[in-house]
Design a protein around this ligand. Structure first.
Ligand code: SF4
Length: 224
């Protein structure tokens, strides 16, 4: 890891020159409303906590399909638990209105890709790779299946750099012919507060680490 580059990145993150992607999202929704459309949206989701508010927020405006491709999550039991909690929430709140696509779980191959960056601090290059890997896979699915929009719930997390995630989404959009990237910052606009209410109301499981084995070890060595 290049320490100077990392410090420069952290300083840049604090700068005030940030795009308000929540406002950009609202602008796009307003445009869709004026056109009288309800477009299709493929929503990458990683867990119930991050997805509960984006699903409520987007549900009236988009015809949503959830895409769960999260081979980063270790171990398999944790992957399955986050998935089943997400499915339970969706079923209890929206009935059968929102399909969930689940891709095959392959944490061994995924961890091999992360391994060269295993010593990176959370929120740095390993994570940038991890965001892009899953977003690109989901975006490719969205485009090849004719979805109008793609986005990810990951901008909800305070631990993740939403400027970076949106930058990845905007760059990926140029690769794909049909599907547009929906900019977002789900933690804004009351998202954090409403999410906490939904987590309580639906008793959604709240994990204490991001997902990969390295984030698990970091968190649990901090606690130990
Ligand atoms: S900490 Fe989270 S985002 Fe970063 S590499 Fe691990 S699973 Fe991916």
């Amino acid at each position: 890891m290049n320490k100077e580059e990392y410090i420069a990145y952290l300083k840049g993150r604090k700068s005030s020159h940030k795009v308000n992607y929540h406002l950009e999202c609202l602008k796009e929704i307003r445009k869709i409303q004026q056109e009288g459309r309800k477009p299709s949206l493929l929503l990458h989701a990683c867990c119930g906590v991050c997805a509960c508010w984006p699903l409520e927020f987007l549900h009236d405006h988009f015809d949503i399909t959830v895409y769960f491709n999260n081979s980063n999550i270790w171990p398999a039991e944790e992957h399955d638990k986050r998935l089943s909690e997400l499915q339970r929430y969706i079923h209890e709140k929206f009935g059968d209105d929102i399909p969930v696509i689940v891709t095959p779980y392959d944490n061994v191959s995924y961890t091999q890709k992360l391994e060269p960056m295993k010593d990176d601090p959370e929120g740095w290059q390993r994570c940038f790779f991890c965001y892009e890997e899953r977003m690109n896979e989901a975006f490719a699915y969205a485009d090849s299946h004719g979805f109008d929009y793609f986005t990810t719930v990951m901008t909800f997390s305070r631990q993740k750099d939403s400027q970076k995630i949106n930058g990845i989404g905007i760059a990926l959009e140029t690769k794909y012919e049909h599907t547009k990237y929906l900019r977002s910052d789900f933690k804004k606009g009351g998202g954090q507060t409403r999410s906490a209410e939904l987590v309580d109301e639906y008793c959604i499981y709240r994990q204490d680490y991001c997902g990969c084995v390295y984030s698990y070890m970091d968190r649990h060595s901090e606690q130990g």
